[in-house]
Design a protein around this ligand. Structure first.
Ligand code: FE
Length: 219
């Protein structure tokens, strides 16, 4: 078993090296950093001094990315959210969390201008169903990158810790999904939880940094 794992690791690293050699410098660095798309990030082990940069997906010539899985929206979505990258408010309790990453197509192309709409519970596990607290949308930049500044959501009965998200490429269908946290005791008992949607989390100076790559079906 151990040998099988090692063989896979070597093959993967070799593929990364071969890919990195053929890429421009920034992409090559990303390919060699040991990180990959959010779909596989939970398996990555990072050294403590790794810079907190969102990883770019690693793609080969015929290596399409798997689309991010859809999930239920749940009962607490509110439309027409404000456009903002930070959901933080003065004196908002909770652990600060920055979620960053990219929006890519299954053809491994970044999607500039992709819409992302996030909503989540507060530190006590409550949603604001009257206003827009901890709700907001944004658009990916010219590299398909996004960054969300928020807090770690609290737990509420029946669910593990999660952030709701909508992702949509311009003029394409909407993807509704949820992002999860690794090593959460409640993950195993949550029937909606899916390990493919676990973010890569690192401890940051003032909270946590999470990474996730949304992959949208190419139109
Ligand atoms: Fe929820």
């Amino acid at each position: 078993m151990e040998m099988l794992v090692n063989t896979r690791m070597h093959r993967r690293n070799f593929q990364k090296l071969a890919l990195a050699l053929a890429l421009p410098a920034p992409l090559a660095l990303a390919a060699l950093s040991g990180r990959s798309a959010g779909i596989a990030l939970a398996q990555a082990t990072e050294p403590a001094d790794t810079p907190l940069l969102a990883p770019t997906p690693v793609c080969g010539d015929d290596d399409d990315l798997a689309a991010t899985l859809p999930q239920t929206a749940g009962p607490f979505y509110t439309p027409d959210t404000p456009e903002r990258r930070s959901l933080l408010e003065p004196r908002m309790p909770g652990t600060r969390l920055v979620v960053s990453g990219y929006v890519y197509s299954t053809k491994c192309q970044p999607i500039p201008g992709a819409l992302l709409d996030f909503w989540q519970a507060d530190d006590a596990g409550a949603y604001d169903n009257q206003g827009y607290r901890l709700r907001g949308h944004q658009f990916a930049d010219e590299d398909g990158r996004f960054e969300l500044e928020t807090i770690v959501p609290g737990l509420y009965p029946g669910r593990t810790r999660h952030i709701h998200a909508i992702a949509q490429a311009p003029d394409q269908p909407i993807l509704i999904t949820q992002l999860y946290f690794p090593d959460e005791p409640a993950n195993a008992a949550d029937s909606i939880f899916n390990p493919a949607l676990v973010m890569d989390i690192q401890q940051a100076e003032d909270g946590e940094a999470a990474f996730f790559t949304f992959v949208l079906a190419s139109g």
